[in-house]
Design a protein around this ligand. Structure first.
Ligand code: TYD
Length: 210
């Protein structure tokens, strides 16, 4: 079987990362070969770009610079890690991917969906997620949850509520545009309940691809 790329998306603090690890454990127990990775990051070059992107000292960063840096980190990640893993038939679980660029840079920063999609086409080199789980919940609650967990805030987390609302709207627009790929997860529910919703989507995908 060709591998599968499953991406986890949503606002900061919606609990995606915990679910990525739960799914990984579950799939490994079932005998699947998996790879957990994240964006921005996943390779040493992309992790260095991540440090620049999230470092709150860089408050002067221009929106276009930001978009290109996320796309540059993604190009390296896709080439070095994601494509080879898919060729080996792995199930790749990626914490954030291209939809985050469209939501954060396209809608949050106001660069627009078309520009961000066009630039990212080069970074993606034809790689598209087979399934995207979109974690949705009240944006203020999500942000507070994230803040309570991490303590210190990165450059994006420091943005105003209005920025995060635009990002959220961006995710909703994407969900409407790609309903066959993007599946909604009600992230306001308990950890167990969210895990059940997530597994339902993943098992269905695996069943369809068999
Ligand atoms: P991270 O700590 O990984 O966030 P989270 O735990 O919420 O997933 O930080 C990544 C930040 O970068 C997050 O605020 C979303 C943002 N981001 C973009 O703005 N564009 C992108 O393309 C990606 C992948 C992330």
């Amino acid at each position: 079987m060709e591998g599968l790329l499953i991406t986890f998306e949503g606002p900061d603090g919606a609990g995606k990362t915990t679910q990525v690890y739960l799914v990984d454990e579950y799939l490994r127990e079932k005998g699947y070969n998996t790879l957990v990775t994240r964006e921005p990051g996943g390779t040493s070059i992309s992790e260095e770009i991540r440090n620049i992107l999230l470092n709150s000292v860089h408050s002067e960063m221009d929106a276009l610079t930001e978009m290109y840096l996320y796309a540059a980190a993604r190009a390296q990640h896709v080439k070095q890690v994601i494509k080879p893993a898919l060729r080996e038939g792995k199930i790749v679980l990626c914490d954030r991917f291209v939809d985050s660029s469209i939501a954060y840079q396209g809608f949050g920063r106001g660069l627009g969906m078309d520009v961000v999609e066009t630039v990212n086409q080069y970074a993606l080199q034809g790689t598209e997620p087979d399934l995207t789980l979109l974690f949705k919940m009240d944006i203020e609650k999500a942000l507070n949850r994230g803040r309570a967990r991490s303590g210190c805030l990165d450059r994006l987390e420091r943005e105003k509520l209005e920025f995060h609302r635009r990002v959220y709207r961006g995710f909703c627009v994407l969900q409407e545009k790609y309903p066959w790929r993007i599946k909604e997860i009600d992230a306001s529910k308990s950890l167990d309940d969210v895990f059940k919703q997530v597994l339902k989507q993943i098992e269905y995908l695996i069943y369809c691809k068999k």
